[in-house]
Design a protein around this ligand. Structure first.
Ligand SMILES: [Zn+2]
Length: 141
């Protein structure tokens, strides 16, 4: 009888221990999520700090800074613009030899439209950056 009671007590302790381990594991998982969230926030703050520093220097899409978030986006647009320029040349050459090719005509219209949208986006990004630089410099006086 005594041995059964001891067995039940040990069993209860083991079950309790496993429960405790599971609860601790859940807490650790929660901490991991918090740390990951904190890292994301820190990364975003650092990116914004680099961006503000770049604004102080005079942000210009033609002179990208490696760690600047905005420069990264603008560089992607610039790369896309180069691809579109190449496609414009290729399509124009094709249309010289086959001026009635409707598919090439339509594609050329799309490419020209996308090129002008990107050019407008790059221009407005530079203009916005100039205004922000002016505001930052004014507030520092
Ligand atoms: Zn930048």
């Amino acid at each position: 009888m005594k041995i059964w009671i001891m067995f039940l007590v040990v069993l209860a302790l083991i079950v309790g221990l496993f429960y405790e381990i599971r609860q601790t594991q859940k807490k650790v998982d929660g901490f991991d999520e918090l740390i990951a969230l904190n890292n994301n926030t820190q990364y975003a703050i650092m990116g914004e700090q680099v961006r503000i520093s770049h604004y102080l220097l005079g942000h210009d899409h033609a002179h990208p800074v490696k760690a600047c978030n905005e420069c990264g986006l603008l560089q992607q647009l610039t790369i896309r613009q180069i691809e579109l320029d190449d496609e414009t040349v290729r399509l124009s050459e094709l249309l010289i030899y086959d001026p009635d090719n409707q598919a090439n005509k339509e594609r050329l219209e799309e490419v020209v439209l996308e090129t002008s949208l990107i050019a407008r986006h790059l221009y407005s990004a530079d203009e916005r950056a100039k205004r922000i630089t002016a505001i930052i410099n004014q507030s520092r006086k």
